[in-house]
Design a protein around this ligand. Structure first.
Ligand code: NAI
Ligand code: A1CAB
Length: 272
């Protein structure tokens, strides 16, 4: 893929996940810079992946062809303000922030940005990310292709036509690893209560989760419901477990949780 110089402004969990995935997929580490105010986040990135790091956002952004805004939404305005002095016209700006619209980013950087919004997730760290992407009509095809290839290097991508679709991506993918982790935590806790030591309980849960996920990936033409039915013997144990989930409205709870994530993103769009 095309190799442009990239500055990650913010070196937290999500930036680290993307950087790790990129470097492991062969993207040259010396084309990547990440900034953060303190050494605690920067130094492990320099050590583990050989990228450049620093605390000077302005310098990093000025020198890069691609700027990835990767700070918390509530800090975005404060971080962007000093970058207003840079000529951003030839640069591609990628924002991974939840709940900050393209229009707000244009305001924060006082220019009509060449902007792609990306909603990634942390499995990018191991090349298994899922990213949703949105670009306005202004963004050149070459920049869209670069952004897409960048995120493809760390997982799967899909584009949304409307910017509001990014909030749907948050609910279905950006936040989603946490739902599965929560489910696995709950299972591990109960397995420990059943007498397994924590390590064995984790192994039981993680291997079942990884096996189930890999079966889904390996059988794209098989409905999820069919895979579920193949586990569920009539009158057997799984049927009882699933009946309990249904009695407690698992599907409704999942739907409510996903809608809550979307509502929060919409709320953040007004707050920040
Ligand atoms: N964590 C996740 O799973 C996902 C996060 N995102 C988005 O990614 C963005 C970052 O989130 P996380 O990585 O989770 O947060 P984080 O808190 O782990 O990382 C934020 C980073 O920003 C740095 N920072 C703080 N002030 C700064 C400044 N003035 N200049 C430069 N860097 C500064 C911090 O040192 C930290 O390294 C957020 O906007 C979030 O919405 C999007 C999708 C998934
Ligand atoms: O929790 C959040 O707001 C961010 C966006 C998606 C995942 N983490």
């Amino acid at each position: 893929m095309e190799q442009r110089s990239i500055a990650f402004i913010g070196a937290g969990n999500m930036a680290r996940s993307i950087i790790a995935g990129l470097v492991c997929s062969g993207y040259p580490a010396d084309k990547i810079t990440a900034t953060a105010p303190g050494p605690a986040r920067r130094e492990p990135l320099a050590r583990d992946y050989g990228i450049h790091t620093g605390d000077d956002n302005l310098l990093a952004a000025e020198q890069a062809e691609v700027i990835v805004l990767a700070v918390k939404p509530q800090l975005m305005e404060e971080v962007c303000r000093p970058l207003q002095g840079i000529d951003l016209s030839g640069k591609l700006v990628i924002s991974i922030a939840a709940g900050i619209s393209a229009q707000r980013l244009n305001e924060m950087l006082a220019t009509e940005l060449n902007l792609v919004r990306v909603m990634p997730n942390t499995p990018s760290l191991i090349g298994k990310g899922m990213s949703g992407m949105y670009a306005s009509d202004l963004v050149a095809a070459a920049d869209k292709a670069f952004a897409e290839n960048l995120m493809r290097a760390v997982g799967e991508v899909c584009w949304v036509e409307q910017e509001s679709g990014i909030n749907g991506i948050i609910a279905a993918a950006g936040s989603a690893p946490a739902y599965f982790f929560l489910f696995m935590e709950a299972m591990q806790t109960e397995a420990i209560r059943q007498g397994f030591d924590p390590q064995t309980a984790r192994l039981l849960v993680q291997q079942s989760a990884a096996g189930a996920a890999e079966m889904v990936v390996a059988n794209p033409d098989t409905e999820l419901a069919t895979l579920r039915e193949q586990v569920t013997s009539k009158g057997g144990t799984t049927a009882e477990a699933l009946r309990t989930f249904n009695e407690h409205q698992l599907s409704d709870t999942v739907a409510k949780a996903m809608r809550a994530a979307i509502s929060r993103a919409e709320e953040m769009e007004k707050l920040f």
